[in-house]
Design a protein around this ligand. Structure first.
Ligand SMILES: C[S@@+](CC[C@H](N)C(=O)[O-])C[C@H]1O[C@@H](n2cnc3c(N)ncnc32)[C@H](O)[C@@H]1O
Length: 224
């Protein structure tokens, strides 16, 4: 998926992935990551997800990354927040918007995630990956998981834990995104550095292909 693909999706408002209610799987499973109050949650490929509002309400700061600027602007506008905008110190094409919600700081980068460094993101205590890994085609996923690992490597404590949500279905019956990822692939992307536990695996559906058999999996990734 190239950046133009996503720009067009947002421009044409073809954003079926964007939910109007907080993801119940996040609410049910976030506590397993044991993130202390005041911690910072990294939300890669964040869109304008309302899940970030819930994370702030739980007492977490949020750092998100999103390619499409209108998504970031819409997030703050829909929450009635007037954010400040900041340019990257050395790369003028990159910027972030920052605002306050429920007493927490929400920082959303407008950037290709691959252009950002650990310094840009800052220290994070956990990652919430919903529709990020599965948004990317197979040939980008290894690069993505390696880059995320670089971004969240806390020198003293190792890799920040992740709550990862994936979908599994017969990829020959439908093109992504969202792409299908099975257990072995989750191991392949993250097994070297994380202890991986499955927290849930439930039948679900993909809006555009309602008859397809799809299972949604929730994974807890803890530093080995
Ligand atoms: C499937 S959507 C999921 C958005 C959000 N996580 C949610 O659940 O609502 C994937 C998002 O990632 C963004 N995106 C895709 N590739 C990206 C990249 N390389 N860097 C940053 N954002 C990207 C897209 O613009 C899109 O908003």
């Amino acid at each position: 998926m190239n950046p133009e693909f996503w720009q067009t999706r947002w421009q044409e408002k073809r954003i079926g992935f964007n939910q109007s209610v907080v993801n119940p799987l996040l609410m049910k499973h976030m506590s397993y990551l044991n993130v202390p109050a005041g911690g910072c949650i990294f939300v890669p490929l964040c869109g304008k997800s309302i899940d970030m509002v819930w994370l702030a309400a739980q007492g977490y700061d949020v750092v998100g990354v999103e390619l499409v600027e209108t998504a970031v602007q819409e997030f703050f506008a829909e929450q009635d927040i007037v954010p400040t905008m900041h340019e990257h110190t050395t790369i003028p094409t990159l910027k972030y918007y920052r605002g306050q919600l429920s007493g927490q700081t929400i920082t959303l980068w407008v950037a290709n995630i691959f252009a950002l460094t650990p310094k840009d993101i800052g220290p994070v205590d956990a990652v919430y990956d919903k529709a990020a890994l599965i948004a990317l085609p197979a040939d980008m996923r290894a690069k993505y998981s390696e880059h995320v690992l670089q971004l969240i490597n806390n020198a003293d404590q190792g890799y920040a834990p992740q709550l990862l949500i994936t979908l599994n279905y017969d990829q020959s019956k439908r093109n992504g995104p969202p792409f299908s990822i099975d257990d072995e692939q989750v191991q392949q992307y993250y097994g070297q550095h994380y202890q991986i536990s499955e927290l849930a695996g439930e039948p679900t559906s993909i809006g555009s292909t309602p008859k397809l058999t799809v299972t949604e999996h929730v994974w807890q990734l803890n530093n080995k």
